[in-house]
Write a protein of this length. Sequence first.
Length: 132
Amino acid sequence: MYNINKRKLLKETDTSSFIHHNANFGMVKKIWPHLKNKYAITSLAFIVWMLFFDRNDLISQFSYRSELHKLLADKEYYLSEIERNKKDMHELMSDMEHMEKFARERYLMKKDDEEIFLILPEKKDEATAYEE
């Protein structure tokens, strides 16, 4: 009687531990017949091919999308620069004082009787930066 109870107990613990350790086995049992279907295999192979091996795979799509966002940001920047330059051009063409100021500041133009002195801030090079 002791042996019979021990066997039952041993049998119950073996199956419960098997089921406990292999909880996903039931899900595999449910999916396995569907995976034997040739259409499922073909669909799965197609999805894997499109995600990883195709010319337009998933990684390429992410890189194309990030490049698109970068190009759109560049477009916005250049459009704002065009607008700013159009405004500057209109100011320069409408007023001679603005044109003279622009030429003096940007192109260092001067009148015949003038001298121009440029005062540039000193740049510290590495040798002088360590000495201080």
